[in-house]
Write a protein that binds this ligand. Structure first.
Ligand SMILES: Nc1nc2c(ncn2[C@@H]2O[C@H](COP(=O)(O)OP(=O)(O)OP(=O)(O)O)[C@@H](O)[C@H]2O)c(=O)[nH]1
Length: 497
């Protein structure tokens, strides 16, 4: 083994040797700073003695078998005290310096791509994605080659067309049909009641898209009154060797999981109300927004919309009197789902969204800012959402048990169109009126003074948030992106709301 030597060390060594071998070796103490060995000499000795498998990643490992075990060579010779015979000594194993850790690659889970949100597809049944083909490599638009000029001609460019200085990848490969698999599900208590969080893998991207299913009736022991919203891929048995406990741990259980109640799901459902007597489940396709949902940004209404969607879906449903009970109405728990897609910044990603915000601060609106950065106004896709909805038995007319049409919470007509293209049957679009507009309208009607402007982040708080940035964003959604919202205007004579 050769240890690399630094030239500066060599001249220091020579000077030190000179003093140590001179008439006054004590002078070395004051003339030279303390120097610690770069490597533990014991480790170097062990490495030299035990062979090439010892690497610098084996620090903190141990001699194995332990040096205190009497059969290990190098251990204290207990035979002196025990009178053990020489044959036993000869049969001792040679002391080896052995790593007890898994290989480094495995410990760090290094994948070929190693990107954010990339996950190795493991063979273990609890993490299995083996029925999904590998995700194709994501194609990204090429980067901006030179800073894009901020010119007014960009504004005139039609929606979706990129800046001429910016090259977008044009190669388009045929994509295989979208497949999704729910990898795990768990109960999440929310301020609006219980929800079931479902985590999905898919064969299109390496992101973990989510479904927040609201269906608290599943938690009660009484027989369900509405068809339970359940994931077919989660409830199916993944392999012959999969145990009931493994299925329960990934969330394929029925009822309320507890220390005394642990029942793996079967695909049979009990008696349920026919779907024509209950309103279709309310759903929302929501796009991730770190700024709006996590740090309470008041540049957009995303946090408010997520919170409001979970609240509205959780509201109890009152069923009108029926033929079997003509004089009484029945109330059933709210039911539906938020499909949470990891399409930050309308699909352009957080990095580009941050840059877009700076362009917005320079006076451009959200659409123009996207175009100036070489993106489309909206780069989202809804194929994965469609596949997740189908997996949950929502919105399709397939004969699968519990398949139902849906009501969709959105102002965006493109979303409804995209879902219908995916074969999702939307019976109703339920608008989401910004809370600040609702409150301002109520105040305008009653002539009450305006409320305190900033009452806190909307994410999970349900507070009403006001602000110029938010107003600008909402107006751009209506005026440039065609969102179906009655526009709120401050000036009463131009108020369209
Ligand atoms: N590029 C960009 N994305 C933004 C901006 N503000 C919010 N977003 C993203 O927009 C997405 C939400 O889309 P919106 O256009 O607000 O609404 P929508 O989902 O199309 O429509 P609704 O269903 O009515 O809410 C989230 O992914 C946000 O991160 C912005 O200024 N620029």
């Amino acid at each position: 083994m050769t240890i690399p030597h630094h030239p500066a060390d060599a001249s220091q060594d020579a000077a030190l040797l000179q003093v140590l071998t001179g008439p006054n070796p004590q002078a070395a103490k004051s003339a030279f700073a303390r120097r610690d060995a770069a490597l533990d000499p014991l480790l170097i000795a062990a490495a030299a003695a035990s062979g090439p498998h010892v690497t610098r990643n084996h620090y903190h490992h141990d001699f194995f078998p332990g040096v205190m075990l009497p059969q290990a060579e190098g251990a204290i010779d207990w035979t002196k005290f025990t009178g053990e015979d020489a044959g036993a000594k000869a049969s001792r194993k040679r002391l080896a310096y052995v790593s007890r850790q898994a290989p480094r690659r495995q410990r760090l889970s290094i994948t070929d791509e190693g990107k954010e949100n990339d996950h190795p597809r493991e063979k273990d049944p609890l993490m299995s994605s083996e029925n999904l083909p590998p995700a194709p490599k994501k194609r990204r638009p090429s980067l901006i080659s030179a800073p894009a000029p901020v010119s007014s001609d960009v504004r005139a460019r039609p929606k979706g067309q990129s800046h001429p200085g910016i090259l977008l990848s044009s190669a388009s490969q045929p994509l295989s049909p979208v497949q999704v698999k729910c990898m795990a599900r768990t109960r999440i208590p929310t301020p609006h009641g219980p929800a079931f969080l479902h985590l999905y893998h898919n064969n299109r991207d390496n992101k973990e898209h989510l479904a927040i299913v609201i269906d608290p009736a599943q938690l009660s022991d009484s027989s369900s009154i509405a068809p339970p919203i359940r994931s077919l891929s989660l409830d199916s048995v993944w392999s012959e060797t999969e145990t009931e406990m493994e299925r329960i741990i990934r969330g394929a259980y029925v009822g309320r999981l507890s220390s005394t109640s642990q029942h793996a799901s079967s695909q049979k459902t009990g008696e349920t109300l026919p779907t024509d007597v209950i309103p279709p489940p309310l759903i929302r396709i929501h796009s991730e927004c770190f700024t709006g949902e996590t740090i309470g940004s008041m540049r957009c209404d995303c946090g408010e919309q997520l919170d409001e969607a979970i609240r509205q879906i959780s509201l109890p449903i009152v069923l009108p009197p029926s033929a079997s009970a003509p004089s009484t109405s029945t109330t059933i728990p709210g039911r539906g789902a938020v499909i949470y897609l990891r399409q930050e910044g309308r699909g352009i990603g957080l990095l580009s969204k941050i840059r877009a915000y700076n362009l917005q601060d320079m006076g451009h609106d959200t659409v123009t800012a996207n175009l100036m950065l070489g993106h489309k106004a909206d780069e989202r896709g809804y194929e994965i959402a469609g596949a997740i909805l189908r997996d949950l038995g929502l919105g399709s007319t397939s004969p699968a048990p519990g398949s139902e049409r849906v009501r969709v919470l959105t102002n965006n007509p493109d979303k409804v169109e995209a879902l219908e293209k995916e074969g999702i049957h939307v019976v109703e679009r339920v608008p989401m009126i910004p809370m600040s507009w609702q409150q301002r309208k109520a105040q305008a009607d009653t002539k009450d003074p305006a409320p305190n402007a900033h009452q806190g982040p909307t994410s999970n708080g349900g507070h009403v948030v006001y602000g110029d940035d938010l107003d600008k964003y909402l107006r751009t959604k209506v005026l440039r992106m065609g969102h179906m919202l009655p526009l709120w205007m401050e000036e009463p004579d131009v108020r369209v709301y």
